[in-house]
Design a protein. Structure first.
Length: 256
């Protein structure tokens, strides 16, 4: 059974005090320069004196953002805004009001299986093309986010970051994650520390929840959860919702 001491969600530490989820930023990443960055969004509380980032997401169709279910469950559509158009989190050029939140019908808050949701916007942002939703391959992928960028601090990054990380086999994930990993709905990835005291890996962290894991132009995962007391460690990879397992569900709502 999951415990709050071991399992953490990658949602933001800067969210409303009423929220229990915590988020993070990419550790050991770099300022995002990839062409895919234009699709990445920030979910922000409509708070005063300024909005506050709490999760990420990605445009997958006109007016449709893919994110993590744990980011948006029990959140009213008037309580947050989707922002995009830049790499500085509090200076994003476009703001979109939320029309509807659709959480996967088989999402489990207890196990975090099917940890995906769609945020439907009132205004449609149109690109010439959109990312593909597909199956992960056993090679490196890129993760994007506005979350914290160090194991030693919970200070949120103001810049969108990206990191290239290895995708692990399902067998490795099952063995490493102590029976909490469901290979049907999850994948795991991350460059692990070489030892307990080093900081030479790369991983998603608090504030990165809901952000995409991408191979080429294909979205293969959604930042979901991690195990341990630190986002980056020598033992446990980060866990992502497996996009190919929910692709039919996603397209059924996009094509409605």
């Amino acid at each position: 059974m999951r415990t709050t001491l071991l399992v953490f969600l990658f949602a933001s530490l800067f969210a409303s005090s009423a929220q229990s989820q915590e988020t993070s930023k990419i550790i050991n990443g770099k300022w995002a320069t990839s062409r895919m960055k234009k699709y990445v969004v920030s979910l922000q509380w409509n708070s005063l004196p300024y909005p506050k980032h709490f999760c990420g997401g990605i445009f997958i169709a006109p007016g449709v953002v893919l994110t993590a279910a744990h980011c948006v469950e029990n959140k009213g559509v008037s309580n947050f805004t989707v922002r995009s158009g830049g790499t500085v989190v509090y200076n994003l050029r476009r703001a979109f009001r939320v029309k509807q939140v659709i959480i996967h019908k088989d999402y489990s808050r207890k196990t975090l299986e099917n940890d995906v949701a769609l945020v439907m916007l009132r205004r449609r942002k149109r690109f010439g093309s959109y990312p593909i939703l597909g199956r992960v391959s056993r090679k490196n992928a890129k993760v994007f986010g506005f979350g914290t960028f160090s194991n030693e601090t919970y200070v949120q990054s103001w810049l969108m970051r990206e990191a290239k990380i290895p995708v692990h086999t399902q067998e490795f994930c099952e063995k490493s994650l102590l029976g909490l990993f469901d290979s049907n709905t999850m994948i795991c990835a991350g460059k692990l520390n070489s030892n307990k005291t080093s900081n030479d890996g790369a991983a998603a962290c608090f504030g990165d929840s809901g952000g995409p894991l991408i191979q080429g132009r294909t979205v293969v995962g959604v930042v979901s959860w991690g195990l341990g007391k630190r986002c980056l460690n020598h033992q446990y990879p980060g866990v992502y919702a497996r996009v190919d397992s929910v692709r039919e569900w996603i397209y059924s709502h996009i094509n409605d």
